[in-house]
Design a protein around this ligand. Structure first.
Ligand code: MN
Length: 206
């Protein structure tokens, strides 16, 4: 487990110059707002392309997907989600600007955060979230500040098998009229939008 994580972090370190990026690096601490339940975050990231990084805590790391259009609250909307590398838990609270030319260069805000529950915990046999990720079918219930309720992540294959879809389940939290990605742009951490945070010096890691 330890060695596996080290290898993962090595990959993350190699791509970045931590004298230049304000990112938290291999910090493994859960954010202060994390409770007993596993956490999830959605980070809006304006890099070469705008996307939303959807991350869920699984076995001590953040399993991650990049969602070009961001999560929807409408069960009819299937949102493409590209599996990306696992991130250390310290990333869950990150927002700021990564210098141009650096890996992931651009601006990040913490668009949503909260906890989640495994919807297959009570299934027979019960299935852990990490088993579900391996199988390519994940059912979780999110409790965020902007998005909540049941969501399914389904692997559809594509290039190197990294293509998934994120779909809202039909439940009380489903709402076809809401479009939080465009109507609720402010960060849940700073209250600032991505344009407001652009250019703001990141004080935390300097
Ligand atoms: Mn990203």
């Amino acid at each position: 487990m330890r060695a596996k994580m080290e290898k993962r972090y090595e990959r993350i370190r190699k791509k970045r110059d931590f004298r230049k990026t304000p990112e938290p690096g291999a910090k493994e601490e859960r954010p202060f707002w994390a409770g007993k339940e596993p956490i999830f975050v959605v980070q809006e990231h304006v890099a070469s392309r705008r996307h939303f990084d959807f991350r869920i805590e699984v076995d001590g790391v953040l399993k991650s997907w990049a969602i070009p259009k961001g999560p929807s609250t409408d069960p009819r909307e299937k949102r493409l989600a590209i599996e990306t590398e696992d991130h250390p838990l310290g990333y869950a609270d990150f927002e700021g600007t990564i210098a141009e030319g650096e890996y992931g260069g651009g601006t990040v805000i913490l668009w949503d955060r909260g906890s989640y529950r495994n919807l297959r915990e009570g299934a027979s046999p019960p299935e852990s979230v990490s088993e579900q990720v391996k199988k390519g079918r994940v059912s979780i219930f999110l409790e965020g500040q902007k998005i909540s309720g049941g969501y399914a992540l389904v692997r559809t294959g594509g290039k190197e098998g990294k293509q998934w879809l994120l779909v809202k389940m039909k439940d009380d939290e489903a709402d076809a009229r809401r479009n939080p990605v465009s109507t609720e742009p402010a960060s849940v951490k700073s209250g600032m939008t991505i344009n407001e945070i652009k250019g703001v010096k990141n004080r935390e890691n300097q």
